[in-house]
Design a protein around this ligand. Structure first.
Ligand SMILES: *[C@@H]1O[C@H](CO)[C@@H](O)[C@H](O)[C@H]1NC(C)=O
Ligand SMILES: *[C@@H]1O[C@H](CO)[C@@H](O)[C@H](O)[C@H]1NC(C)=O
Ligand SMILES: *[C@@H]1O[C@H](CO)[C@@H](O)[C@H](O)[C@H]1NC(C)=O
Length: 439
């Protein structure tokens, strides 16, 4: 009988089939009583992701992953008629062997705001987030939840500054006051505490006790250009990561950095895409070194970051950028490195979808190599996946992954390659056998 490498790895003996048979029976019961799943929670993501040095650990084994971003999930879910789209996205992710999704757990003061004003929450929107977390658990997907935006979309630090000024606090007009001002730090902590202690209305589990959540991300793409020394952002990260840990010691915490090196980082400065990247008040190494930060994040947007619009040049940049950060993880930080966003815009001159595939492949290949060697490069999250009929939520980077066969295959092949190294998670073994058998 022909056996795929994966089925050889998984054993393929009678005992395993007995176990799988029993498991699928449970799955059948579970699916038949889908509506009664309160109390059945924790089927798929029943243990917290831990860290041992440069590796993530799930159920005692190293965990390298293939995943994606869909920032829009909570916002989209507020309208109940759209919830099937979230299920479709998570189901498809699981079908492709993806195990991690990153999404926004914030919407400050904008349309469908979760936080209407400091400390005032919209229960309708909180239920939408509850749904996202519960549905991710059902599909066996772990979530990275980001807690605020540096950018203006969905409120972000600009909204916090506006709130403070409305309350009569004297502030400069810079939205970096978000990082400096003690009242705003207090607003944010209050927000964080409310989210972390939220009891999910679908599962009854508090977010801080829910292993579906892989990690908390403090802020998406923090920049504090008004203090290029970096001290302000460093102080903010120290305070906020410590605060998260004091409420929720179960979950891992990351900053949300893009990965730029600061002006004093002489060893690494030349790896930045361009000179401006050193003047944003952040430094990848220093910020990620903080003891209450469990792993580091890196984004990859070569066409947006460089004036040199040469595709081959950009691909070389991507390799160097990833490898330098993986080295940082292995040697200096001794923490995992997660590539939490990477994208190629479709607005570039001469854009062609096959370019995107080459770009994705460079990234997935480097991660695969890292996994094979037990290195710190731990996972990749493509920016971004959407489902059909979501034009308003798409951007120049979004794709519907099942629309183009070669792209779909590229990602599923990555899931299988990683499974061949580390095995599939027990709850997913059956699916992976099927997914990877033909390959
Ligand atoms: C942690 O990693 C070290 C090597 O880096 C290894 O010796 C040890 O067994 C690991 N511990 C766990 C719990 O996996
Ligand atoms: C900061 O605030 C100004 C308005 O004061 C706005 O134009 C700008 O886009 C904001 N920047 C960010 C990153 O939010
Ligand atoms: C990676 O670690 C696993 C156990 O955690 C071990 O079985 C494997 O041999 C290691 N691979 C390499 C290339 O060191």
């Amino acid at each position: 009988m022909y056996k795929s490498p994966l089925s050889r790895m998984l054993g393929g003996n009678g005992m395993l089939y007995a176990v799988i048979g029993f498991a699928s029976c449970l799955v059948f019961i579970y699916m038949s009583f889908g509506d009664l799943w309160i109390g059945f929670h924790g089927r798929s993501t029943s243990s917290f992701v831990k860290r041992n040095g440069t590796q993530f650990i799930v159920d005692g084994r190293p965990f390298y992953f293939n995943g994606w971003n869909s920032y829009w999930m909570m916002d989209h879910c507020v309208d109940e008629s759209r919830r099937p789209r979230i299920r479709e996205m998570l189901q498809t992710g699981a079908k492709m062997g993806l195990t991690v999704c990153r999404t926004w757990a914030f919407n400050d003061g904008a349309y469908n705001a979760l936080q209407i004003s400091p400390g005032r929450f919209d229960e309708r929107v909180f239920r939408a987030l509850d749904y996202v977390v519960a549905e991710a658990n059902r599909q066996g997907i772990r979530l990275i939840l980001s807690l605020v935006n540096n950018l203006q979309a969905y409120g972000g630090k600009t909204q916090y500054v506006k709130w403070a000024r409305e309350e009569g606090i004297a502030l400069s007009s810079s939205n970096d006051s978000f990082f400096y001002d003690p009242s705003i730090r207090h607003y944010f902590k209050n927000y964080v505490k409310t989210v972390l202690t939220r009891k999910n209305t679908f599962t009854g589990i508090e977010y801080r006790d829910d292993p579906t959540i892989f990690a908390w991300e403090l802020i998406n793409e923090p920049r504090c250009s008004t203090d290029p020394s970096g001290d302000t952002l460093q102080d903010w990260i120290e305070e906020m990561s410590y605060f998260v840990k004091s409420i929720d010691p179960n979950h891992l915490v990351t900053v949300g950095l893009e990965g730029f090196y600061g002006p004093k980082n002489s060893k690494r400065l030349s790896f930045n895409p361009e000179y401006w990247a050193a003047d944003l008040g952040s430094d990848f190494t220093r910020n990620s070194m903080i003891s209450t930060i469990d792993f580091a994040s890196v984004h990859i947007y070569p066409d947006h970051w460089s004036h040199i619009q040469n595709f081959e040049y950009n691909l070389r940049f991507v390799s160097k950028w990833m490898i330098s950060h993986i080295e940082d993880g292995d040697k200096d930080l001794k923490k995992p490195i997660m590539f939490t966003e990477f994208g190629l815009s479709n607005e570039d001159l001469d854009f062609d979808p096959s370019q995107r595939e080459r770009f994705y492949k460079v990234i997935l290949d480097i991660l695969h190599k890292s996994a094979k060697r037990n290195k710190s490069g731990a996972g990749t999250l493509v920016w971004q996946f959407v489902v059909e009929g979501m034009e308003d939520f798409n951007d120049k980077f979004g794709i519907v992954p099942w629309k183009r066969q070669s792209t779909y295959q590229l990602f599923t092949e990555q899931s299988c390659r990683l499974a061949r190294i580390q095995g599939a998670l027990p709850s997913q073994e059956k699916h992976f056998k099927k997914l990877c058998a033909q390959r």
